[in-house]
Design a binder for this molecule. Structure first.
Ligand code: CA
Length: 398
């Protein structure tokens, strides 16, 4: 049975009381503060719960309080929204979504990006290294990742300026400098650490939900020509660091109980610290739109490594984590050619450009292009859990 709210919510909304994602918003002429989305409205948490932890321009202080407090807050919000006796408390704290400004919901501490889709890693291997095995020998033994740039994580809607840098055309002897000609997207899912972990104390796979608060959508903008020239031997650098966009809502893990599925079979068996006792493979259905047109539908359930394994690997060497750490899954690509999570794969390295409805073609992004990634997951009783969207438009290089 779906939980019913006394609020008049739009029929079939993916933002019902089973979801309650957290964000930071400014009402008209007001300061930024925390809220949860309910239907097409935002509930001001500091007002509704009379709790100053929410009267802040970031969720970090609340995220740091830990799982028990996350659960009790969710229980209290559910009570307020399902028992009409609380109408007098709730109604004055509601703001129409259309009238508020949404902000980056948390202060990003460290940012790590993984590479956990077997299909994506295989496709990239085939495109970038056609003469060798597509998967590197370590790929099925550990979730590969790199440390990204947290200071350039931006909220959905922030324009993205085309990066400039070095690229080396294959038929020239030396690199040239200028605007990237192969600007791309990567549709990913992000995980936000609420309760950090101490140095020297790895987080076990089974303790994932004690540390990770929630999930957002990520677009890891990528310059393929800068990347191809710079990435050997130390990995991605300026081809990735210019911007990473995130959706404005953090969907709590507690809203995703019905989205949990079994992970795909692993062969070979990973080392014991990566064994999957508690599965956190998630059945998120992503959709990528380019200038409004759907170009791909990547399934997150196809990922080889789960976010619980990623966190276990990220900390197994004794590295600590802290509130606001963001780690992303890597590009989500399913097995079908209409399920790839980047233009690199959808246009197969630019060799098979996409034809859009207006007749134009795209190998990579052009100035003025707008990319939007959305996702939903199964909720209780056939409901859908919405993640909102992460969107961005490309501005010309300066
Ligand atoms: Ca990535």
């Amino acid at each position: 049975m779906a939980l019913e709210s006394w609020l008049a919510l739009p029929a079939g909304t993916p933002f019902g009381v089973a979801n309650l994602p957290y964000g930071v918003f400014s009402p008209p002429a007001g300061q930024p503060r925390a809220g949860v989305r309910v239907g097409d409205q935002v509930l001001d948490l500091a007002a509704a719960l009379d709790d100053p932890v929410f009267a802040r321009p970031s969720l970090n202080e609340f995220l740091a309080t830990g799982r028990q407090r996350w659960a009790s807050t969710r229980a209290r919000l559910t009570e307020l929204l399902t028992d009409e006796r609380h109408r007098a408390v709730v109604e004055p704290a509601l703001h129409p979504l259309a009238g508020v400004t949404l902000h980056l919901p948390f202060e990003v501490a460290d940012y790590v990006d993984f590479y956990a889709s077997e299909q994506h890693a295989t496709n990239v291997g085939r495109i970038f290294r056609p003469d060798s095995e597509p998967l590197t020998p370590n790929w099925k033994h550990l979730p590969i990742g790199y440390h990204g740039r947290s200071g350039t994580v931006v909220v959905s809607g922030t324009p993205v300026t085309r990066p400039r840098g070095q690229r080396k055309p294959p038929d020239e002897a030396a690199p040239v400098f200028g605007p990237s000609r192969r600007l791309d997207i990567e549709a990913e899912v992000g995980f936000v650490v609420g309760a950090g972990s101490a140095p020297g104390r790895p987080v076990e796979v089974k303790d994932f939900a004690e540390h990770v608060f929630g999930v957002c959508l990520v677009n890891d903008w990528s310059s393929r020509d800068l990347q191809a020239w710079e990435y050997v031997p130390l990995g991605p650098f300026l081809g990735k660091s210019f911007a990473t966009s995130v959706s404005p809502w953090l969907v709590p893990l507690d809203a995703l109980e019905h989205a949990r599925v079994a992970p795909p079979p692993r062969d070979p068996e990973p080392l014991p610290y990566l064994a999957d006792a508690g599965d956190w493979a998630l059945d998120l259905a992503l959709e990528i739109r380019l200038n409004g047109e759907v170009v791909s539908r990547p399934p997150f359930s196809s990922m080889y490594w789960t976010p619980a394994q990623m966190l276990a690997h990220l900390t197994v060497n004794g590295a600590s984590t802290r509130t606001g750490d963001l780690y992303a899954s890597g590009t989500v690509s399913g097995p079908g050619p209409d399920q790839y999570g980047s233009l690199l794969e959808l246009s197969w390295g630019g060799r098979q450009p996409l034809t859009l409805a207006d007749g134009s073609t795209r190998g990579f992004l052009e100035d003025g292009d707008e990319v939007t990634i959305t996702a939903t997951a199964p909720g209780r009783g056939g409901e859908r859990i919405g993640f909102g969207e992460v969107t961005g438009r490309i501005l010309p290089a300066p």
